[in-house]
Design a binder for this molecule. Sequence first.
Ligand SMILES: [Zn+2]
Ligand SMILES: [Zn+2]
Length: 259
Amino acid sequence: MFKLFRRLLPSAPVADEAPARVSRPTSPPLPDELIAPLRRTCWRPNVQSGDDPLRSKFSGTPAATPGESWPACANCGKPLQLFVQLDPADLPPELTAPWGSGLLQFFYCTSSDPHCEVDCEAYFPFAKSVLLRILEGPVTGAPGPPPPGDFPAKRIVGWNRQDDFPVAEEISGHQLSAEDVDALEESGYPIVGDKLSGWPAWIQGVEYPECPECGGAMTLLFQIDSEDNLPYMFGDAGCGHITYCPTHPRRLAFAWACC
Ligand SMILES: [Zn+2]
Ligand SMILES: [Zn+2]
């Protein structure tokens, strides 16, 4: 028994070494009354390989209105890569889709010739090579052809609910010391990886896009991290965010940043 224990001991610390970009938060060691106002809920998607063009998922065949062809990049004209599609009926029961009804779709041009990501500065919101839309009414699977190297489809079949806390720059007006803020960060917050709602895991700093209608700060809808559910890296291990305006919730934006 002692031998076995000794053999296991050296490997024990390895379990604590989470691979990069994989979130393993622990409960923040802070009094609840201090951090309760900062707590938000986020949901990590549970996925399964396979496609259903009309449901919530990563990549694969997007839904389209009948007769519509596969959505194309406004810059290069090639078929766009579907990154995420969300059906309000598939969201966690506690969460009402901010955009109301319709399928939310996020397409991102992955063409390298021309290099739309760079040419269109797709790291900034409202880039020409990005398509965010809400599809209402009857829909069907878009006819091909898909973009070259189309990412494998993963259906979102459930959600893993977790508490989430913001980066230090978003904590102001709260009774937290610098040590408290460090403790939150060391506990693994904000949660990295793909997630619905919660607090953005900013890489460069707080960068909420401004709503084109009212100028107000948009808020997080869905975080898309590099190489989590999508085999795609934003720059050097960047992290992207689909945001919406709380006043005009059908106004959507996408932007990403990296180190
Ligand atoms: Zn393009
Ligand atoms: Zn607005």
